[in-house]
Design a protein around this ligand. Structure first.
Ligand code: TYM
Length: 332
């Protein structure tokens, strides 16, 4: 069976990286896979969140899925906390996770920084919860941006460890689907740092809800170097900002970075940026407008989440009963 699971954290500032690296690909994949798309609120609370903002951000991510073209009839869309099975499976997996595996995870090191001793257990155990998200539905494929690669390797390790420990072939080893030019969109202010929701500078990212004027200003102000654009990929070496903008152009236009370079060989950044801004506005403008329209109807958004949670729960309960049986937990 081909089943997709993927998710986005409701932590605000949904940006071009989330769109190009993940959500946009899901829209295509829903044609050929059974899809489950989650708003992972339990992951969001691994760092402190304001309760009102968390609720608003959960609705906003749902609106982004719908506005980008994910079909709520065909796909299951829900928020993680509405399906208790995620937390339960995370515990069952925690019991077979060696600490050494968690110690290797780079995200914890980045997020906890030097404050390791006061960082939360939830932040440390984050990859266990993520593995549970995917395996609760026995998903075979997981479309994500490149930054999630290590978490997916961890998920495959957990699936293998469970199967080995209990001598079963129960969990599939899910395949990551990491696509194309925009698997890692970089900051507009620093071509060596990932575009991120948590960057304090709003000029580092294009938000999915930015209006046309804001998108244009951010692209115009994006950091570049003084040289004209090269015609080949080798010419981008040591020019991370140029490489990033070319990658974004290619992803938005649906062409390869090589083809984008052929188109813009010799161009100055000012001319290239005007074309990039036009393209970004034409792609993101309607989605942002749609998001705002959908967000005005919280009843509709919550209806989608409610129906999605019911459908997700059904699958989760069926699998959890099987998992209990394999582990030897008595369902009396
Ligand atoms: P999150 O919320 O950070 O990001 C959501 C999706 O956007 C992708 N992404 C990017 N892609 C390209 N360039 C970027 N700069 C960029 N920034 C983010 C991410 O790779 C992701 O696909 N741990 C996950 C959420 C999660 C999940 C899951 C994903 C929880 N459980 C199960 C898949 C399956 C996260 O924090 O994503």
């Amino acid at each position: 069976m081909k089943r997709i699971f993927s998710g986005v954290q409701p932590t605000g500032n949904l940006h071009l990286g989330n769109y190009l690296g993940a959500i946009r690909n899901w829209v295509t994949l829903q044609e050929s896979f059974e899809c489950i798309f989650c708003i992972v609120d339990l992951h969001a609370i691994t760092l402190p969140q304001d309760p009102e903002e968390l609720r608003a951000n959960t609705r906003e991510v749902t609106a982004a899925y719908l506005a980008a073209g994910i079909d709520a009839e065909r796909c299951v869309i829900f928020n993680q906390s509405a399906v208790p099975g995620h937390s339960e499976l995370a515990w069952l997996f925690a019991c077979l996770t060696p600490l050494g595996w968690l110690n290797r995870m780079t995200q914890f090191k980045e997020k906890a920084g030097k404050k390791r001793d006061i960082a939360g257990l939830g932040l440390y155990a984050y990859p266990v919860l993520m593995a549970s998200d995917i395996l609760l539905y026995k998903a075979s494929h997981v479309p994500v941006g490149e930054d999630q690669k290590q978490h997916l390797e961890f998920c495959r390790d957990i699936a293998g460890a469970f199967n080995r420990q209990f001598g079963v072939d129960y969990f599939p080893l899910p395949e990551p689907q990491i696509f194309g030019e925009a698997a890692r969109v970089m900051s507009l202010r620093d071509g060596t740092a990932k575009m991120s929701k948590s960057d304090p500078s709003d000029y580092s990212r294009i938000n999915m809800t930015d209006d046309a004027a804001t998108i244009r200003t951010k692209i115009r102000k994006a950091r570049t170097d003084p040289d004209p654009l090269p015609g080949t990929a080798e010419g981008l070496e040591g020019r991370p900002e140029a490489a990033n903008l070319i990658g974004i152009y290619g992803a938005l236009a649906g062409i390869s970075a090589e083809d984008a370079l052929v188109k813009f060989e010799g161009a100055m950044f000012s001319a290239f940026k005007d074309e990039l801004a036009d393209l970004a506005v034409s792609v993101l403008g309607p989605i942002g407008e749609n998001m705002k329209r959908i967000a005005k109807d919280p009843g509709y958004v919550e209806g989608v989440l409610h129906r999605g949670a019911e459908r997700a729960n059904e699958i989760a309960q069926r699998h959890l009963a099987e998992i209990h049986d394999i582990i030897g937990l008595l369902d009396a």
